[in-house]
Design a protein around this ligand. Structure first.
Ligand code: S3P
Length: 172
């Protein structure tokens, strides 16, 4: 079984995924990290030298490789917040994985991204006041993608990692 974690930037996909893999005694991979390792460049560098469209192509390519090349009994894969913009990726995730959507309110996302926007090319140049509007627009474009791919939706507002993990463990 491949378990994927999706959701907007800043909801804690990688952190939850790595802890979940510890609980399940299985391997965890982060899609962004796989791209960075494979391309020998950070996501930030890929965005600035090759542009977002090229990055989206890499997301499709690496996602397909990771899923088709997976022979682990159980494997946890965290996705980037924009990976499900692609219909191809949504179909693949739906067909081949058990997808967990970590859902957060705009307030939670904005609060977290104000503190952690530096490493995220899509938001790093925004002032704190522009950020809220930008997040709202992006979230609007993406939420149907998250919802349509999800087998399980977990609200991460006002919850801690332990509560989130126990909810996941009791539902899979
Ligand atoms: C992106 C989210 C990032 C990363 C890239 C683009 C997005 O991952 O893939 O900066 O489009 O939302 P996180 O969701 O892990 O921050």
């Amino acid at each position: 079984m491949i378990i994927t974690l999706t959701g907007f930037m800043g909801v804690g996909k990688s952190t939850i995924a790595s802890r979940l893999a510890l609980y399940l005694y299985c391997r965890h991979k982060d899609l962004d990290l796989a791209i960075e390792e494979g391309e020998g460049a950070t996501i930030d560098e890929i965005f600035s030298t090759r542009g977002e469209q090229e990055f989206r192509k890499l997301e499709e390519e690496y996602l397909e490789k990771l899923i088709n090349g997976c022979c682990d009994k159980v494997f946890v894969l965290s996705l980037g917040g924009g990976a499900l913009l692609s219909q191809k990726n949504r179909d693949l995730i739906k067909r081949r994985t058990f997808c967990i959507y970590l859902k957060a309110s705009l307030e939670t996302i904005t609060e977290r991204l104000v503190k952690a926007k530096k490493t995220r090319p899509l938001v790093k140049e925004k002032s704190d006041s522009e950020l809220r509007l930008h997040i709202a627009q992006l979230f609007d474009q993406r939420k149907t993608g998250y919802e349509s791919a999800a087998d399980l939706t977990i609200s991460v507002d006002n919850t801690n990692i332990r509560e989130i993990l126990s909810e996941i463990m009791s539902s899979i």
